[in-house]
Design a protein around this ligand. Structure first.
Ligand code: AMP
Ligand code: ZN
Length: 466
């Protein structure tokens, strides 16, 4: 049984899919006008964990993530750089997919682009006008009338907020404390990209794209819709209004929202100028999957304050897991010999089988309890520290769990020791030969702090990852 926290009901709900076919998931994707920052990437990692957890439970998935390639911010940047919008969006879309790959995020089944679905959006807007939910403003643009939609504000519990009846807003993003009639179709402006429509040349508003594209690829009702908490209002509120007004059917069964990544306890965002990208992480010689590990250490509904120290700790933890996951049968033989002295083989085997089952149950219970990855990691570290499990049993369990963790524990690359570490190891060896043991030990400690370990073998010292 899987339980997921649904934002609309503000409760953990038992997950029951709409049908026994694939689970239909829609995730709001990137606006491709710049690099994704690691806050955005936190949200995509959360969505990947959701997908992998459902798959681990035997579900098939049909997932859509849209690519917003026409929007106010993109047009502003294109104007400033005197470029076509596609000259902005194409390279950043490519970088976005590169980031997903580095973070081992599974591919969605569809990545529709807004500019390739203008017809579907126009069709939906026509329906909304015909049903009396949308109207033409004096500026020629088409707006959604929020007062016509009875349930407007249900997702964000808007009651306390001001409902500005008849007041219109043309910007794609707007004041979170005011609900207003929002734009569906914007009249063309000079120098801006535009497409033909029954109301003249123009371009779609941001909100309508998700309703139109989710309906095209997943039908009128979805199992799960995801995004970060900043999308609850107005974006997701508007998506519900547009979709349910047009179809008369429930739009989404479960709404899942992840909390923000912070820096210095402030939301990471382009407008605050406090962002880091995956490129920054790689430049500091971290594995992108160390960032993925860091994200798993905090529940998706809690804020997470990013620091380089916490990333370093995540990298060290990940290195340890790589070491366990690379155990060979040789390690088992040595361990078994040691144990034979204490227990009979049969007693050991029996205990091991029940322990393995216990760990598998605990891991499944954690991930199925609203994707509790911090708890799942506790199980992982219990396994690592369990002296009753032989190395190959630990390895098998970790590789199985990695179907959800996604840390690529099965793809351990040959260890590349950085030049800096090699130099430190050589210096330490010299000191050791000269019997300057205090200084040699200090260097060993420094090497360990950098995530490596020296093993003194008969043929000379060997550097390993710790
Ligand atoms: P954008 O490219 O700005 O449309 O954002 C893409 C996704 O990242 C959306 O789901 C946002 O809600 C989410 N997001 C933006 N800032 C953060 C942050 N600091 N932490 C987590 N998610 C974020
Ligand atoms: Zn969306």
């Amino acid at each position: 049984m899987i339980k997921l926290y649904d934002t609309l009901s503000r409760k953990k709900q038992i997950f029951r899919p709409l049908s026994n076919k694939a689970v239909k998931i829609y995730a709001c994707g990137p606006t491709v006008y710049d690099f994704a920052h690691i806050g955005n990437l936190r949200t995509y990692i959360f969505e990947d964990i959701l997908r992998r957890t459902l798959e681990y439970n035997g579900y098939k998935i049909k997932q859509v993530m849209n690519i917003t390639d026409v929007e106010d911010k993109i047009i502003k940047k294109a104007k400033a750089e005197k470029k076509d919008i596609f000259e902005i969006t194409k390279p950043y879309t490519k970088i976005f997919f590169g980031d997903l790959k580095k973070l081992n995020i599974e591919k969605s089944e569809f990545y529709p682009k807004a500019t390739e679905h203008i017809k579907e959006m126009v069709c939906l807007i026509k329906k909304l006008i015909a049903k009396g939910f949308a109207y033409r403003g004096e500026d020629g643009s088409i707006y959604f009338s929020i007062s016509k939609f009875r349930n407007y504000g249900e997702l964000s519990r808007l009651k306390k907020r001001e409902l500005k009846i008849g007041v219109r807003i043309e910007a794609d993003e707007y004041n979170k404390n005011q609900a207003q009639d929002f734009v569906l179709w914007k009249m063309a402006k000079v120098g801006e990209p535009s497409w033909p429509s029954p109301w003249g040349w123009g371009r779609p508003g941001w909100h309508i794209e998700c309703s139109a594209m989710s309906m095209k690829y997943l039908g009128e009702t979805l199992d799960i819709h995801t995004g970060a908490v900043d999308l609850i209002f107005p974006h997701h509120e508007n998506e519900i209004a547009q979709s349910e007004a047009a179809t008369g059917k429930k739009f989404v069964k479960y709404w899942l929202h992840s909390e923000h990544l912070l820096v210095n306890n402030q939301k990471m965002s382009k407008s605050l100028g406090n962002i880091f990208t995956l490129h920054d992480i790689e430049r500091k010689s971290f594995n992108p999957l160390a960032f993925r590990y860091l994200i798993l250490t905090t529940h998706y509904r809690s804020k997470l304050n990013f620091t380089w120290e916490s990333l370093e700790a995540a990298q060290n933890a990940l290195n340890k897991l790589y070491k366990i996951a690379s155990a060979s049968p040789r390690n088992d033989r040595a361990e078994n010999e040691k144990r034979k002295k204490f227990y009979s083989y049969e007693v050991q085997l029996c205990k091991r089988t029940s322990d393995i089952q216990k760990y598998e149950n605990q891991f499944l219970a954690a991930i199925n309890d609203d994707l509790n990855m911090p708890k799942a990691l506790v199980v992982v570290w219990q396994i690592v520290k369990d002296d009753n499990l032989v190395p190959s049993a630990k390895k098998r369990l970790l590789l199985k769990f990695d179907n959800v963790l996604g840390l690529e524990l099965n793809k351990i690359k040959p260890l590349k020791i950085p030049q800096k570490i090699k130099r430190l190891a050589a210096q330490r060896e010299k000191l050791r030969i000269n019997k300057q043991f205090i200084q040699a030990d200090a260097l060993r400690k420094k090497i360990e702090e950098l995530g490596y370990e020296i093993e003194d073998a008969p043929q000379g010292p060997k550097v390993l990852r710790n």
